[in-house]
Design a protein around this ligand. Structure first.
Ligand SMILES: [Zn+2]
Ligand SMILES: [Zn+2]
Length: 364
């Protein structure tokens, strides 16, 4: 199929796109360095700035020896508990064995006043006394432990108070910092975005289009990368709210474009054939014909191998014509007959209008 643009034109177009991307890239670098150098943005608050460090240290210094003391006491209590457990076990074993032994003696009817019985009873008493002493020691230790904990408690409360106040002040400072950072970024990005939209609407088809497109890419990057992630979060309300707003605006823009497109096509169809042919850009016409589409209404004209019709069956645009000199049948967009080289009606009209082929991007 026919390629619509001249060889060098394609190279130049690729170069222009490279320039657009490079231009955007350099602008992005400049913007990023600018934002990184702002002192307000680079210095985030630290939690240590908002805690009363000296007061905290004083409290900590008073708590630490108490904590050590408590640890030592706890070890002692544990040791005593263990020893008391052993003593209790010994006692109950001894008591059981004594009962069994005495029952056996009762059966054999021996006297309870036997010195052997007295000796075993004393042994049992000693064990009982030992267990009692251990219990008393344990009780005293536990009392000391409780007294110690009672002394520690206000200090610990004071410490957690200090910490909580520090954290609150830090959270407030952090939120303020985030807002300031966001507003500064907004102050940079909004004018850039507004300017890029203005340039894009006015000048995207002009000779300077690579710079307009480069600037637009820069503005989009600034908005989505430099601004949106820094949006302070209010439980995601703002983020999703802005997302909904953007979607709505995008949807409206899309529908507006579609309406304008259909209106343009309709008014194009009402113009006379010569005017319609002249209004369609040459490259655009060749591209459409290569895709077997009508260059005006952009609907399909024929299958891949079927010949093109003389007129578009959808909108009535003249597609094929006959040479006025040799009667050769050729597409109506050719400025010269492909059989005899005679200038066609279209070429004459173009010369009369002094039309120039701009170098705007293919999307425009
Ligand atoms: Zn058509
Ligand atoms: Zn001819």
């Amino acid at each position: 199929m026919l390629s619509p643009s001249r060889g060098p034109e394609r190279l130049v177009r690729a170069g222009q796109w490279t320039i657009a991307v490079l231009f955007a890239w350099f602008l992005i670098q400049v913007g990023a360095s600018l934002i990184a150098d702002l002192p307000l943005l680079s210095r985030a608050p630290q939690i240590s700035q908002y805690r009363q460090e000296s007061a905290l240290r004083t409290v900590q210094e008073r708590i630490e020896p108490l904590q050590e003391q408590r640890q030592r006491l706890q070890v002692e209590v544990n040791e005593l508990t263990r020893r008391r457990g052993v003593a209790q076990e010994n006692l109950s074993r001894e008591r059981q064995s004594f009962e069994t032994w005495r029952a056996a003696r009762a059966v054999t009817a021996q006297s309870d006043q036997n010195p052997e019985v007295l000796q075993r009873a004393r042994q049992l008493d000693a064990l009982l006394e030992q267990e009692r002493q251990l219990a008393e020691q344990q009780r005293q230790l536990e009392q000391r432990l409780r007294a110690l904990e009672a002394r520690m408690e206000p200090l610990q409360r004071q410490r957690s108070d200090l910490e909580r106040r520090g954290e609150l002040a830090y959270a407030r400072a952090l939120s303020r910092h985030q807002w300031i950072a966001f507003l500064i970024r907004l102050g940079f990005v909004l004018p850039v975005l507004a300017l890029s939209v203005h340039l894009f609407r006015r000048h995207r088809g002009g000779e300077q289009w690579p710079f307009v497109w480069g600037f637009l890419l820069f503005a989009l990057f600034a908005f989505f990368v430099e601004l949106v992630p820094y949006l302070p979060s209010f439980g995601a309300y703002i983020r999703y709210g802005i997302g909904a707003l953007l979607t709505y605006l995008g949807g409206r823009a899309l529908m507006g474009w579609l309406r304008a497109y259909l209106q343009r096509k309709q008014s194009e169809q009402q113009a006379p054939q010569e005017e319609r042919l002249q209004q369609i850009r040459y490259e655009k016409a060749l591209q459409s014909l290569a895709r077997r589409q009508c260059p005006s209404c952009e609907r399909s004209l024929a299958g891949a191998n079927a010949p093109l019709p003389d007129y578009c069956m959808h909108c009535g645009l003249r597609i094929q014509t006959h040479c006025q000199r040799c009667e050769h049948h050729h597409p109506a967009f050719y400025p010269y007959c492909s059989a005899c080289g005679a200038a066609t009606e279209l070429a004459e009209l173009a010369v009369a209008a002094g039309s120039t082929q701009g170098s705007e991007p293919s999307q425009a």
